[in-house]
Design a protein. Structure first.
Length: 128
């Protein structure tokens, strides 16, 4: 089995509007700031209840979402994190660990719980 290491912008480009991409290979990670940045203002779920009143937060959200490379994105993520902590919108109490799963594209019957963790209890492998 061949595996690849992809950054988020590359992965997004690979799976967007691609009917060949298996649904079992796509996940939404709340560990990635690109996902979280999309829900912290009124353009998303407005987690911090700021609407669009924090212009700096809105600007940073948009710039993180628009970054094309890891190098362009890293300083924006740092700036967004610092801004959120300085405003005391969020105070981290624990660290969430990202899980990485490597699996055969022949697996079928995988289910996911509410936080996108796969369950392999009923999974089967199709013969190639």
């Amino acid at each position: 089995m061949a595996t690849q290491k992809l950054d988020i912008p590359t992965w997004t480009e690979r799976v967007t509007n691609n009917p060949e991409q298996g649904v079992n290979e796509v996940t939404r990670s709340f560990v990635d700031v690109g996902t979280v940045a999309g829900v912290i203002t009124d353009e998303g779920e407005d987690w911090f209840q700021t609407g669009s009143s924090d212009a700096e937060l809105v600007r940073l959200r948009d710039e993180v979402a628009g970054a094309a490379t890891r190098e362009e994105r890293a300083p924006l993520v740092e700036e967004l994190s610092r801004h959120v902590l300085e405003q005391a919108y969020f105070i981290p109490l624990e660290q969430n660990v990202q899980r990485i799963y490597v699996q055969s594209p022949d697996l079928r019957g995988i289910t996911f719980n509410a936080v996108a963790i796969p369950s392999y209890h009923a999974a089967t492998k199709e013969k190639p």
